[in-house]
Design a protein around this ligand. Structure first.
Ligand code: FAD
Length: 377
C-alpha cells in the first residue's frame, strides 16, 4: 500500500491549482453576481483539456484516469465549487459514451467532447423520480428507424450549455424497460427550458430539458435497448459520486484555509483569535475531516483507476466528504463571527454552496442505503 501521489500527479496538481487560480478565480465575482455560466471558464476548461482527462487517448482524450480527475476537481473546487460541479457533470455525461457506446458512436462524439467543442450532461432526474429513477415518466416508442421520446427532465446540470446529452427513458409499452439515448441539441422536439435559481453553485447552470415527440435516430441508442438503468447508474455510481467527492474536498479545503487566515488576522482580547483553544478546536476538526475525506476519496479513485468496482467505496466517500464540507462551511461562518454573514467574505458563498452539495449523484440517505446494502449482501 502506497499513500503517496506520483511525481506526475504532484505536477498535475500544481498545474490544476494554477489553472484554478488564474483562469477560474477571476471569474468568480461575475458568476456570483449574474448567476450565469462564464463562457471564459468553459473555454479555458476546453483549452486546458479538462474534459479530456478520462477519455481514452485513442478517441482524442488524455486517458489520465480518475485520480487525476479527482485532483483537478479538488483544486478547481477550492476556488469555485460551481465550476468543479460543471466539470464533474461534463465527465458524468461523457462516461456512459466511453463505457457503453459502440465504435461509431465513440468516434463521432468523443473527440469533440475531449476538445470541449461538445459539452455533455446526463438527464436522469424527473419531478417524479430523483432518488428513485424508475419513477420517471419520460417514455420512448419505436417509429420506423427512429425512437420518439417524450418527457421532461429536471435539475439537470449544464442543461442550457450542453449539446450532447445522455437521456434515460422508459419503454411506452413496457414501463419496466429503460433505455438510454444520446440526444443532441438541435434535434426536433428537444429544448432546454426552465432554468433554476439556486442558493449556491452560482455560475453552474441547472435546469430542465423538455422532449416533445423528440425524434432520435436508432444510431443514438446508447448500449442495449432495455438496459438503460445499468448504463446510467454505472456512471453515476463511481464517476458521479467521485465527482461530488472532488467538489466537497475543494470546498472543505477552502473553508479551512479561509478560517485559518481569518483567525490569524482577527484580533480579540489583544491577540489573534487563533490563540483561543475553542477556535483551534474548530480548525482541527476541519483538518481531521479533510485528511479522512481525502483518504476515502483517493482510495476509491485508485481502485477505479485499477478497474476494480468502486461504487460502494465512493458511496462512503461521498457521504463523508459532503457532510464534512457542510459542517466545515458552518464552522467557517461561525469563526468569522458577523463578518461570515457578509457577502464580501468568501465563507458566506461557501455556506450557500455547501447547501447545494448534498443531493447531486444521490443524497446522504441514499448513500447510507447503498452502504447498508453492501454491508448486508
Ligand atoms: C445542483 C444539482 C445538480 C443536479 N444535477 C443533475 C444532473 O445533472 N442530472 C440528473 O439527472 N440529476 C441531477 N440532479 C438531481 C439529483 O440527482 C436529485 O436531486 C437527487 O437524486 C435527489 O432526488 P430528489 O431531488 O428528487 O429528492 P427525493 O428523491 O424526492 O428525496 C427527498 C428526500 O427523501 C429521502 N429519501 C429518498 N429515498 C430514500 C430512502 N430509500 N431512504 C431514506 N430516505 C430517502 C432523500 O434523502 C431526501 O431527503 C441534480 C441535483 C442538484 C441539486
Amino acid at each position: 500500500m502506497d499513500f503517496t501521489f506520483t511525481e506526475e500527479q504532484e505536477m498535475f496538481r500544481k498545474a490544476a491549482r494554477e489553472f484554478a487560480e488564474t483562469k477560474v478565480a477571476p471569474e468568480v465575482p461575475a458568476m456570483e453576481e449574474t448567476g450565469q455560466v462564464s463562457d471564459a471558464v468553459v473555454k479555458a476548461l476546453g483549452e486546458a483539456e479538462m474534459m479530456a482527462l478520462t477519455i481514452p487517448e485513442e478517441y482524442g482524450g488524455l486517458g489520465l484516469g480518475y485520480t487525476a480527475r479527482l485532483i483537478a476537481l479538488e483544486e478547481i473546487g477550492r476556488v469555485s465549487v460551481a465550476t468543479a460541479m460543471m466539470l464533474q457533470v461534463f465527465a458524468l455525461g461523457i462516461e456512459p459514451i466511453v463505457r457503453f457506446a459502440n465504435e461509431d458512436q465513440k468516434k463521432k462524439y468523443l473527440p469533440g467532447l475531449a476538445k470541449g467543442e461538445r459539452l455533455a450532461t446526463v438527464g436522469v432526474t424527473e419531478a417524479t423520480g430523483g432518488s428513485d429513477p424508475t419513477g420517471g415518466r419520460t417514455t420512448y416508442k419505436k417509429d420506423g428507424d427512429d425512437y420518439i421520446v417524450t418527457g421532461r427532465k429536471c435539475f439537470i446540470t449544464n442543461s442550457h450549455i450542453a449539446n450532447t446529452i445522455s437521456v434515460l427513458a422508459k419503454d411506452e409499452e413496457n414501463p419496466k424497460a429503460f433505455s438510454m439515448f444520446i440526444v443532441e441539441k438541435g434535434m426536433d422536439g428537444f429544448k432546454a427550458t426552465h432554468e433554476e435559481h439556486k442558493v449556491g453553485f452560482k455560475g453552474c447552470n441547472t435546469g430542465s430539458l423538455t422532449l416533445e415527440n423528440c425524434r432520435i435516430p436508432k444510431e443514438n441508442l446508447l448500449g442495449i435497448e432495455g438496459k438503460g438503468l445499468k448504463v446510467s447508474m454505472s456512471a453515476i455510481g463511481d464517476v458521479g459520486r467521485g465527482g461530488m467527492v472532488g467538489c466537497a474536498l475543494g470546498l472543505l479545503t477552502a473553508c479551512m484555509e479561509e478560517s485559518v487566515k481569518f483567525s490569524k488576522e482577527r484580533i480579540l482580547y489583544g491577540k489573534p483569535i487563533s490563540n483561543l483553544q475553542m477556535i483551534q478546536n474548530k480548525l482541527a476538526e476541519m483538518k481531521i475531516d479533510l485528511e479522512a475525506g481525502r483518504l476515502l476519496g483517493y482510495r476509491a479513485a485508485a481502485l477505479q483507476d485499477k478497474g476494480v468496482p468502486s461504487a460502494n467505496e465512493f458511496a462512503v466517500a461521498k457521504y463523508f466528504t459532503t457532510e464534512a464540507a457542510q459542517k466545515a462551511a458552518k464552522i467557517a461562518v461561525d469563526i468569522h463571527g458577523g463578518y461570515g454573514c457578509m457577502e464580501e467574505y468568501a465563507v458566506s458563498r461557501y455556506y450557500r454552496d455547501a447547501a447545494v452539495l448534498g443531493p447531486s449523484a444521490g443524497t446522504s440517505d441514499i448513500m447510507k442505503v447503498i452502504i447498508a446494502r453492501w454491508l448486508l449482501a
